[in-house]
Design a protein. Structure first.
Lengths: 369, 267, 267
């Protein structure tokens, strides 16, 4: 596997007529052989990025590079990428074999070669023996596989997947998540996966781009993004979070809900207003006196693996707790959390500034823990 | 929904169907009357059919009608499919609506107006009234019907299908021949058959633009009927009825075959 | 890359058709309406149109068209409603449509026999003691035959709109305590209004302009705008006056289309 940049966006903007732009000055790089996820709510611009890469739409401004070649003006049918569509876009008048063979026939390959490649691709997605089936005879999951086979058979360098799992039921979706990830490892080519499902993104990706309002909010590995969200949007969108307003008192000291806490953040201005994120699973239920926070249990839902407990403190701030232990509604309880569980977010921090700050911690911290 | 139908409603439906079909069977019934009128059935005979098949003039007219119908249906299907593609490709809403309105003018226009205006058109253009004027008129009024049969199929087609084809390397011609046309084939067939039946059935437009030397079946029936009752018309109608039924059955089978099997494997 | 010109070459036939057979004929009709029978430019045709003779004819033409549409609707709506409740509704619908594919002139011709002086109807009337009547060549026969011919065209759009109706809406209405009649009046009928409108449109406009029926069945007792146009174009050869009437027919056609124009409803 050669590392190196395969796709590069330089200040790309996409705007339809005089509407506000769907993508605003977006720049990023995609490396060869990794599994990327573009994650964001609907209408955030993630599908637009995909369509720009595939060539279904043209950038209003900026440059797009593929293998160091500018591809802004290259039509979709001449690009080395293949797409798996949200609705699969399988040709209803062709059977499974002919759907997969479509791209090869366009390339005018010999029949024997087509035959061999299609069979290979179909066995790759576990659809051996389905060659002569009609598309409408296939289930949702099988159609999904046909769509994937149709893309990989052309041996593209990049495969684009536009919310391909959204039409499947939960169990099948989880299954396909494993399969897709496995497939990407086996093929060793770049996957760019678009989804609005954060769990899916966290489970599958090497690298996630969290997108909102036409901008990339944060990019990084799933753990980076989960543990160190850059702003309120990312914290809120990825997983569940307790977010409250706070104030930095000094390095390693932060104040929120009227109390002072120890934290691991430093290098911020004194008295700088910040936002505090604490993940619900980092909260531990304890007695009133041992708790760093004292709250009242308002309601409780059983979620299977854990209880989701909703509590309020005396200022009516909501605190969500994930706990394997049951609580009693109406009880007053204490909540304990480590200093590392407190994540401090600065207002209006860019990704570079954020990364620099986090790097500074690791330089300082090693002796801390 | 209430699936039960009361006896009164049933009776109503029966009467409607009876009235719809009675005149047709009435015609067919009397085509076997040796009496020569449509009132007293005197005895069974096939004379009127024999007479029909010996009427060379009439046979030529039947041939004319068939040629006109097939040619006009064929040409209007080609132009109509192109038209549907044009309308479908237009992005601007206003242009699209204008095109659609223009398309529908000939569908909603009364036949007399189409006939009269085409008569003026052909006279001005110096086209002699006869075969060509009739053919052109039939092509002209069939095109919008084909468009209306094909356009919904185009709309039904998910735009991602086209994206998918391009994504797999198809150029414009590939997309058209390998994806779009196969997908809209049922609509094209429907359009062709509609054009065929419209051409067969047309009387008013043809009546205006046909000259002295040329006649189609409808025009011929009209001039015969104006002279009064003649049972060879009955015989003719019985045959036409059979022919129409045949068309319906053929059409039904073609659409049925198209539906579940798609176009099969295309190599 | 293909160049822009050849890319858009496929548009030529359809656009040509629009220009030659949609736009040009309308202009020619308007143009000709300004010429008198000698070929001189004048407004004489328009002056003539506003004389009592023509106004009366226009009025009666509208009146008959209205009658035909109203009666067709009265029969078609319940028929369509009942059809949607039958088991094989698509088959029954097909059976309703089939008669509309039979040549219109043959159906008209059948009524020459049925309504004739010695025809079936009169024999029947004599049997039940009313005695033979003059049925053919009356307003009644004209309206009856017209309704007979137009009924399938009225049923089809109404059936389609009824068929598209979401059945849970009816359950919802029921659930909210609406009786059958209220459900019909407040839910079914308003939701199928588009079907009714397009049904009225496809009946009313041709009903204004049928000329072969008036000639064959009404024996010149009923003169519609269509008959007048045919008369002027093909008999008296006064194309100017024929065009003038056609212009008014086109105008009323547009008015009707605006009135019955289907507006897209919110979902």
């Amino acid at each position: 596997m050669t590392n190196g940049v395969i796709i590069q966006f330089n200040n790309v903007t996409k705007q339809y007529d005089n509407d506000p732009p769907v993508l605003k000055d977006v720049s990023f790089e995609i490396e060869r052989g990794k599994f990327y996820t573009l994650l964001g709510p609907s209408g955030c611009g993630k599908t637009t990025i995909l369509r720009l890469i595939a060539g279904f739409t043209e950038a209003s401004e900026g440059e797009i590079f593929f293998n160091e070649k500018k591809i802004n003006d290259i039509p979709a049918n001449k690009r080395q990428v293949n797409t798996v569509f949200q609705d699969y876009a399988l040709f209803p008048h062709l059977n499974v074999f002919e759907n997969v063979a479509f791209g090869l026939r366009i390339k005018k390959l010999k029949n024997a070669e087509i035959e061999q490649k299609v069979r290979e691709a179909l066995s790759f997605v576990n659809l051996k023996g389905y060659e002569t089936r009609e598309i409408r005879e296939m289930s949702g999951g099988q159609r999904q596989r046909v769509a994937i086979a149709r893309a990989i058979v052309n041996e593209p360098e990049v495969i684009l997947l536009d919310e391909p799992l959204s039409a499947l039921d939960l169990k099948l979706r989880t299954e396909m998540q494993y399969e897709l990830r496995e497939l990407q490892r086996r093929l060793g080519i770049t996957f760019i996966f678009v989804t609005h499902d954060q769990e899916e993104a966290l489970a599958m990706s090497d690298e996630i781009f969290v997108i909102d309002k036409g901008k990339i909010q944060q990019s990084g590995t799933p753990t980076d993004i989960y543990d160190e969200p850059i702003n309120r949007f990312v914290a809120d969108f990825i997983g569940e979070s307790n977010i409250v307003k706070g104030r930095m008192i000094a390095d390693y000291r932060v104040e929120f809900v009227g109390k002072e806490f120890e934290c691991v953040d430093q290098g911020l201005n004194e008295n700088e207003p910040v936002e505090i994120v604490i993940r619900p699973e980092d909260m531990v239920i304890t007695t009133l006196e041992h708790g760093k926070l004292q709250v009242r249990v308002d309601s409780q839902l059983f979620r299977g693996v854990h209880y989701e407990i909703c509590c309020y403190d005396k200022d009516e701030n909501e605190w969500l707790v994930h706990s394997t232990k049951k609580a009693n509604v109406g009880d007053k309880i204490g909540l304990y959390f480590d200093a590392e569980a407190i994540h401090v977010m600065r207002h209006g921090e860019t990704e570079e500034e954020f990364d620099r700050r986090l790097e500074a911690y690791t330089d300082v911290e090693p002796d801390g823990k | 929904m209430d699936k039960r139908i009361s006896p009164i409603s049933k009776l109503f439906l029966v009467i409607v169907f009876f009235i719809l079909y009675a005149p047709i069977f009435f015609l067919v019934f009397y085509s076997f009357n040796s009496g020569g009128t449509m009132s007293n059935f005197e005895g069974f005979t096939l004379d009127w059919y024999k007479e029909l098949f010996h009427d060379v003039r009439l046979l030529i007219i039947v041939l004319n009608t068939l040629v006109i119908a097939l040619l006009s249906a064929l040409i209007s299907t080609v132009v109509g499919v192109l038209g549907a593609l044009v309308i479908h490709s237009v992005k601007r809403r206003q242009t699209k609506n204008t095109l659609l309105s223009l398309n529908n003018v000939l569908i909603v226009s009364p036949d007399v107006i189409i006939g009269a205006s085409f008569l003026i058109l052909f006279t001005m253009a110096g086209i002699k009234l006869g075969f060509y004027s009739v053919l052109f008129s039939h092509i002209a009024f069939s095109i919008p019907i084909v468009v209306l049969m094909v356009l919904p199929k185009l709309m039904e087609m998910s735009p991602t299908l086209i994206d998918a084809a391009k994504d797999l390397g198809a150029n414009r011609w590939n997309v058209l021949s390998k994806v779009t046309l196969p997908f809209i084939t049922p609509g094209i067939f429907a359009g062709f058959f509609m054009a065929l039946t419209y051409s067969f059935d047309d009387f008013a437009v043809t009546f205006f633009v046909t000259g002295n030397g040329f006649s189609t079946l409808s025009v011929e029936i009209y001039s015969l009927a104006r002279r009064g009752i003649a049972l060879n018309i009955n015989a003719l109608s019985a045959l036409l009825f059979l022919f129409t039924m045949l068309l319906v059955v053929v059409y039904y089978f073609i659409t049925q075959r198209n539906k579940p099997k798609g176009m099969g494997v295309r190599k | 890359m293909e160049n822009k010109l050849s890319r858009n070459l496929y548009m030529v036939p359809y656009v040509l058709w629009i220009v030659l057979f949609v736009i040009a004929p309308i202009f020619l009709v308007v143009y000709y309406s300004f010429f008198d029978i000698e070929g001189n430019l004048s407004f004489i045709n328009y002056q003539k149109f506003f004389t009592p003779v023509y106004l009366k004819m226009t009025f009666s033409s509208f009146w008959y068209a209205f009658l035909i549409t109203a009666i067709s609707l009265l029969i078609a709506y319940p028929t369509a409603l009942l059809l949607t409740k039958t088991k094989h509704k698509q088959l029954w619908l097909l059976l309703i449509i089939v008669p509309s594919w039979i040549n219109l002139l043959l159906k008209a011709y059948a009524f020459l026999g049925i309504f004739g002086t010695y025809g079936v109807t009169n024999s029947f009337l004599e049997v039940i003691g009313i005695g033979a009547q003059q049925i053919l060549f009356t307003d009644f026969s004209f309206v009856f035959v017209s309704v007979y011919i137009f009924i399938p065209f009225m049923i089809l759009p109404i059936f389609n709109s009824l068929n598209e109706l979401n059945p849970t809406l009816l359950d919802a209405a029921n659930d909210l305590g609406a009786s059958k009649w209220i459900t019909f009046r407040r839910v079914i009928f308003p939701l199928t209004m588009d079907g009714v409108k397009s049904g009225c449109q496809v009946v009313f406009i041709p009903a204004l302009s049928l000329f072969m029926l008036t000639r064959l069945i009404a024996g010149n007792r009923v003169i519609t705008l269509g008959t007048a146009i045919e008369q002027h174009f093909l008999v008296t050869r006064d194309w100017g006056m024929g065009s003038t009437i056609a212009v008014f027919l086109i105008i009323s056609m547009f008015l009707i289309m605006i009135v019955t124009g289907t507006r897209k409803r919110g979902v």
